[in-house]
Design a protein around this ligand. Structure first.
Ligand SMILES: [Zn+2]
Length: 418
């Protein structure tokens, strides 16, 4: 076990407070800080035993990237079965995400779609960094987000009857025809037809429909209708992306508010946009994103329509396993997330260490207080707020216990059985 140093990504939608506070840096930060990355992603591998705190990737004596460490000892870091299964690589990427503004509306491919898409684009010679590249990686990108603050998102297609009610409540004449089409076919096919209509509209039509929709939203908010939260979100998106068909597509998605501790899962094909808030995010180590809108970036409509899952349903909230301090979320073979929460103690008795129940390569981060990790081999390591630790497979099973309470820490592992 040793200290792992991540890197901060400064995207424009980031927060100037959340990550700076977590990392004990100057608040507000000089730039918006969007994501803290912990993992072995090729664009920004985390570092071990580094001395710097900036986003650099090395050069200082003694600094090794996690990628180097995995390559030097795949057996010790991943273990024999996992070295084979993950081809010597770390299958997940852990992030702390801090969104001040909405991220683009997007969906991610399945394992089969990712493998085929990657092979196709490699064969066609599309550069990996090209704007039109959909599949820079051969892997799918399921992801889980566990809220640290109140967190707002759009996620998954809302049951169609709910969307019909929303559209009728907003009472936008220019959308009447679309509303009635969905009312006549209130299922996945109806949603596919309506989404396809909107995402392929000529710009001229989008430029008329979006302002009309926003007028309906203003009136609905004024009269405090049943869909005020939805209408406010549409107004916010419409102001930021006035000519973007993604504003119309956003009408079809569940609007979700997570309380701290609640987790949202995005399986393959689930459309989503994170709107605002801070959370711990864990995903397969892949950059395969199909954008649906709310972005100035490339939108590949035909490929998006192949990847999207139009089956409607309630928001994809995830229930974890575990009753005590440790709750484990294991929705995918690529990752599992253990949330370790230790409230203020009622007495001074030393707490019992809790088995994490995960093996293989692990990354821990504390976001409040501090916790001690103990390995079966007798190693100990304290992870304090804003710091992270790397736990290789060769350390064996690990327990966690609070040092400074209240403590909140997360441990990422893959989703395979120990
Ligand atoms: Zn995503």
């Amino acid at each position: 076990m040793e200290v792992l140093r991540g890197s901060v990504r400064t995207y424009t939608w980031g927060s100037r407070t959340h990550l700076a506070e977590l990392l004990g840096e100057e608040v507000p930060s000089p730039h918006p800080q969007a994501e803290l990355w912990l993992g072995a992603h090729r664009d920004e591998p985390s570092r071990l035993n580094g001395h710097g705190t900036d986003g650099g990737t090395g050069g200082t004596d003694g600094v090794r990237t996690l990628t180097d460490v995995l390559a030097a000892d795949p057996l010790g870091t991943l273990g024999p079965a996992r070295r084979e299964r993950w081809s010597g690589r770390l299958p997940y990427l852990l992030k702390v995400l801090a969104a001040e503004e909405p991220l683009s509306l997007q969906a991610h491919p399945s394992a089969e779609q990712a493998a085929a898409g990657y092979a196709r684009e490699e064969a066609a010679g599309v550069p990996r960094t090209a704007a039109e590249r959909n599949y820079p990686d051969p892997l799918p990108k399921p992801e889980i987000l566990c809220a640290l603050t109140e967190f707002h998102a759009l996620a998954g297609f809302r049951p169609a009857d709910g969307t019909v009610r929303l559209l009728r409540a907003l009472d936008v004449r220019a959308l009447d025809h679309h509303t009635e089409l969905l009312a006549a076919q209130p299922d996945a096919d109806g949603l596919r037809a309506l989404f396809t209509t909107w995402i392929t509209l000529p710009q001229r039509a989008v430029d008329e429909l979006v302002p009309a929709l926003l007028e309906g939203c203003v009136a609905h908010v004024r009269e405090r209708g049943d869909f005020t939260a939805e209408a406010r979100t549409l107004l916010d998106l419409g102001e930021r992306y006035p000519g973007d068909a993604g504003v119309l597509a956003a009408l079809l998605l569940n609007r979700v508010s997570l309380a701290p501790g609640q987790c949202l899962y995005q399986p393959a094909g689930s459309p989503h946009s994170y709107l605002s808030g801070c959370g711990v995010e864990l995903m397969a180590n892949s950059d395969n994103v199909l954008r649906c809108g709310l972005t100035p970036k490339h939108v590949d409509v035909p490929e998006l329509l192949r990847v999207l899952d139009f089956a409607p349903g309630e928001p994809p909230l995830l229930q974890g396993d575990g009753t005590g301090a440790v709750t484990r979320y294991a929705p995918s073979e690529y990752f599992s997330l253990a949330r370790c929460a230790f409230d203020d103690a009622d007495d001074d008795a030393p707490p019992d260490p809790v088995a994490l129940g995960v093996e293989g390569p692990r990354i821990a981060i504390a976001v409040a207080g501090s916790v001690r990790l103990r390995s079966a081999r007798g190693q100990e390591h304290v992870v304090a707020r804003g710091t992270a630790a790397w736990v290789p497979a060769c350390d064996g099973p690990v327990t966690v216990e609070p040092v400074e309470r209240p403590a909140l820490a997360f441990v990422a592992a893959d989703g395979l059985c120990p």
